[in-house]
Design a protein around this ligand. Structure first.
Ligand code: ZN
Length: 205
């Protein structure tokens, strides 16, 4: 897909996430890997009102080379995109249910196959760091080597996918899984067994 088409897709998917309440105000940010660098949502931008021409562009060394200044949370994206060559895009949200779980123990059990297919075997909980604390990046990078998604304690989820559409779908699936986990808290739900999780990961990668 061309950079121009990816910019348009980013605008459309950002608006879709915003309109359905996955992101409010200027919360949340999205990045996309390009052959010559990265696209990133701008600092203080609202996902519901992105403009294709103003989306930040960074070169392969993460220097800002075009558009508005990138999100202050650029390091979350850098940690994932550098740790995971399979990540074509990264979505970070402050979506309600995943953020609620990030204030608890962060556990999202394997309730549905689609969550396991999108997020994998585990979603590590990264300890709390003050926004902008440089120590957060190595912690995320370490977890991203073994996981496609993390929960930042008292903050929200970060998840990647092979393409922009995949990453957005994965972020939505993660939020739904967190919602189910909260709805079923205190109940005794039937979880997928380790063998069922293995079978899903073998079959769908
Ligand atoms: Zn954030």
């Amino acid at each position: 897909m061309s950079e121009e088409a990816l910019r348009e897709e980013l605008v459309a998917l950002g608006a879709s996430l915003f309109q359905r309440g996955f992101s409010v105000g200027s919360a949340g940010n999205i990045s996309v890997r390009l052959p010559d660098g990265y696209l990133m949502t701008p600092t203080n931008s609202c996902l519901g009102r992105l403009e294709a021409a103003r989306i930040s562009k960074l070169d392969l060394a993460w220097n800002h080379v075009g558009g508005d200044r990138p999100t202050k949370e650029v390091f979350l994206h850098r940690a994932f995109l550098e740790a995971r060559p399979d990540a074509g895009a990264v979505v970070h949200l402050h979506s309600t249910h995943a953020t609620a779980l990030s204030c608890l123990d962060g556990a999202i059990p394997p309730l549905t196959p689609y969550f396991v297919m999108r997020a994998g075997r585990e979603v590590p909980l990264i300890p709390y760091y003050r926004p902008g604390d440089a120590a957060m990046e190595p912690a995320i990078r370490e977890a991203a080597r073994r996981a496609k998604a993390v929960l930042l304690a008292n903050h929200g989820p970060v998840i990647c996918g092979p393409s922009l559409t995949d990453a957005v779908n994965a972020a939505e699936e993660l939020e739904e899984a967190a919602k189910l986990a909260l709805l079923l808290r205190g109940a005794n739900p039937r979880l997928l067994t380790p063998a069922q999780v293995d079978d899903l990961l073998r079959t769908f990668g």
